[in-house]
Ligand binder design. Structure first.
Ligand code: SF4
Ligand code: SF4
Length: 234
């Protein structure tokens, strides 16, 4: 099978499993940023990026702080992504290639808020969207109302290109962030202010994990059509 065909097979399978956004990034030049051993990464040169939408209704309960309903939904979507990534990994392995699923939500350094790799950075490289003023991946279809998982593989796959888009004149999240962490310039996002607010929410026992959702709730996507995913066959 060639790389175009492999891409189509994985995309189609992802679609049938309920994945909403799919893209592939070439990671050969950024592998040294990952918190994984060189031995594990040796031949893995592609990242398959999977995105699943969050429920706009579950998010809409959020005003100035996260809700227990959102927390449950957040974990449910992460589990769904992890299980779907596992199925895709098994499929890739049965075709004779290596596949490593990186969990949707597994922080390895809470102070720096880093995981084994950055799903959102790979999402940008795979053409799913851009890094918004809220420091999250923003997509045209879903805004920031999605969760991501990644599969690293040595399977020959065609790769996607980053999109040439940004937040434009939108300032919705800048105005609503309870920490004042979001600025006009995305490069000035204040990670420390954001994290301090997440710690506050957790201390108040609103949720059992460092999550918020306030800026996600207002970031609904450029075309406002939550159901238009990118999974048209190719
Ligand atoms: S997660 Fe909450 S505190 Fe952090 S930037 Fe978004 S709205 Fe602000
Ligand atoms: S709410 Fe608007 S400014 Fe904020 S990340 Fe989303 S698109 Fe960008």
């Amino acid at each position: 099978m060639d790389k175009n065909n492999n891409y189509s097979v994985l995309k189609k399978f992802s679609q049938t499993q309920g994945i909403d956004l799919f893209g592939v990034a070439d990671i050969s030049k950024i592998k040294n940023e990952f918190r994984l051993s060189p031995k594990t990464l040796q031949n893995l040169d592609k990242a398959v990026c999977l995105g699943v939408m969050l429920s706009a209704s579950a998010l809409s309960e959020i005003e100035e702080a996260p809700t227990k309903l959102y927390f449950h939904h957040y974990r449910t979507v992460n589990t769904f992504l992890d299980q779907t990534a596992l199925k895709l990994c098994n499929m890739i392995q049965k075709k004779g290639y290596a596949a490593l699923a990186i969990p949707a939500s597994q922080i390895v350094d809470w102070e720096k808020q880093t995981a084994h790799l950055s799903h959102k950075k790979l999402g940008v490289m795979a053409g799913l969207g851009w890094i918004g003023r809220n420091n999250l991946l923003v997509t045209k279809q879903l805004g920031s109302q999605l969760r991501l998982a990644t599969i690293l593989t040595d399977m020959p796959l065609k790769t996607d290109k980053p999109v040439k888009e940004d937040c434009g004149s939108c300032l919705l999240c800048v105005k609503i962030c309870p920490a004042g962490a979001i600025k006009d310039d995305p490069a000035e996002f204040d990670l420390i202010k954001c994290f301090e607010k997440l710690k506050e929410f957790q201390k108040q026992r609103l949720v059992d994990q460092y999550i918020c959702g306030v800026c996600v709730n207002v970031c609904k996507g450029r075309d406002g059509s939550q159901l238009k995913a990118n999974l048209s066959p190719s």
